[in-house]
Write a protein that binds this ligand. Structure first.
Ligand code: C2O
Ligand code: CU
Length: 470
């Protein structure tokens, strides 16, 4: 279906879209146009000043790209920024040439130029898209959007919500602080903001109804902020991580943790009473807890109560790693403030920590500080084979470690087996933690492996993993 026909169908009401045989069968081709350009947005309130942002089609978040599994996407990026850019399809198993990494999989798209991305949607779930060129600033100014690939058999819920979370560093006038590239952010926890938004807006009330069952798709688009959402007196049940179904479970202490770039799908029953209000707080950073929004119950209930257990989503369409006799690779992440790294290799030269910092680098992966995106692969994997990777966080900070091209299963943390071995494309590693993952190298090409705090990646915390053609 063409984008234009899709829009026309949408204005006729969603019933028609749902009944469309083409959509029901999947395998249709969907076209989108993403114009990367400056925009103005009421991030804070209608009363306050609008914030100058960069956004896809001028908005934050950019347009939601919704697909069915098996659809083909044809997405034209039109660069109306004053600098180059690219689009990366975070978590999607796209062909390497469509991965959007400048210098590694494609040349950067110059101002005024276009690039057409085409790929098949191979997995259902919640994903997102964002630039991979000067990511700290381009993401920090608001360039990103969500992707939803519908389930083959969606769970029964009353409503589905999508929350794209971000935190912005704003001035007193409500404008983005121009202090990108600060070494202090790079060597500490990344660019942290002072203003939290949901879907590009500081939220206030979230209207709900007693008895409602809601599926909430959560996406953390912040550069460095880690969310730990607490839905006071409600019991969110996690059903998917980074898009992929997991056995439903209630997170420890009811806190839904979402590191940068990560997605968590939860199902929440509205167990409060009509007219009640409940604070949603973010309490991941114990000394920086704050209220994000309020659940605001309507005066009328939808129904008495939901008592059915939460349904499990259909199993991910991914090849399970066969762990017998698998090769293990240690990948060590080092550096940063309060770290013990004394030096690293930069562009083939061994430098001491002071020289590294002088060159804008603060981190290294197995002793190498990355410079740009094109580099010698750290690992060469054989197509179709299973590997174990041990991510060793040898630093004083959290790092959301992301691998492009193929997701992995989390086997253990510090040697303790991870319950249900969830599939993820990004894993949050705690300071000094070792996380072991397994993957089937089934997507040939050169893939980034990096910390998703862009300030960390740009100051050295990335490597390239090559999956070689068999
Ligand atoms: Cu969200 Cu290297 O990507
Ligand atoms: Cu990091």
């Amino acid at each position: 279906m063409k984008r234009r026909t899709l829009l026309k169908a949408a204005t006729l009401g969603s019933t028609i879209l749902r009944l469309s045989p083409l959509a029901a069968a999947g395998r249709s081709s969907r076209e989108f146009q993403l114009v990367a350009k400056p925009g103005r947005q009421q991030l804070i309130s209608d009363a306050g000043p609008a914030t100058s942002i960069w956004g896809y089609n001028g908005t934050n978040p950019g347009p939601l790209l919704r697909f069915k599994r098996g659809d083909r996407a044809r997405i034209t990026l039109d660069n109306q920024l004053a600098e180059p850019t690219t689009v990366h399809w975070h978590g999607l198993r796209v062909p390497n040439a469509m991965d959007g990494v400048p210098g590694l999989t494609q040349p950067p798209v110059a101002p005024g130029e276009q690039f057409v991305y085409e790929f098949e949607l191979r997995n259902s779930g919640t994903y997102w898209y964002h630039p991979h060129y000067r990511s700290s600033e381009q993401l920090g100014r608001g360039l990103y959007g969500a992707i939803v690939v519908e389930d083959d058999e969606p769970p029964t819920v009353d409503r589905e919500l999508l929350w794209v979370l971000d935190d912005w560093r704003l001035t007193g006038e409500g404008q983005i602080q121009e202090d990108f590239g600060r070494m202090h952010d790079a060597s500490h926890a990344g660019r942290l903001g002072n203003t939290a938004t949901i879907n590009g807006r500081v939220p206030e009330l979230v209207p709900v109804q007693a008895g409602e069952r809601i599926r909430l798709r959560l996406l953390n688009a912040a550069n460095g902020w880690i969310y730990g959402l607490d839905f006071k007196d409600h019991r969110p049940v996690v059903v998917a991580l980074d898009g992929h179904a997991t056995k439903p479970y209630e997170p420890t202490n009811g806190m839904v943790v979402i590191g940068p770039a990560m997605r968590v799908d939860v199902i929440i029953d509205m167990t409060g009473k009509p007219g009640e209000r409940f604070e949603i707080t973010d309490r991941f950073h114990p000394r920086m807890t704050y209220k994000l929004a309020d659940l605001d119950y309507a005066p009328k209930p939808l129904r008495e109560a939901v008592e059915k257990p939460v349904e499990r989503l259909s199993a991910p369409h991914l090849k399970d790693p066969d762990l017998h006799g698998t090769e293990v690779f240690d990948i060590s992440f080092a550096g940063g403030a309060m770290g013990r790294m004394t030096g690293a290799l930069l562009d083939g030269k061994q430098l001491g920590i002071r020289e590294l910092v002088g060159a804008g680098k603060a981190w290294a992966v197995n002793g190498v500080a990355a410079n740009g995106h094109a580099m010698e692969p750290l690992l060469r994997l054989k197509h179709g084979k299973t590997y174990r990777l041990r991510f060793v966080n040898d630093t004083a900070f959290y790092h959301p470690i992301h691998l492009h091209g193929q997701p992995f299963r989390i086997l253990s943390r510090n040697g303790n087996a991870e319950p249900n071995r969830p599939w993820r494309d990004t894993v949050l590693t705690a300071p000094r933690e070792t996380v072991e993952v397994a993957l089937v190298a089934d997507n040939p090409g050169k893939w980034m492996l990096h910390c998703h705090i862009p300030e960390h990646q740009e100051s050295g915390m990335m490597a390239v993993v090559e999956v070689e053609n068999a």
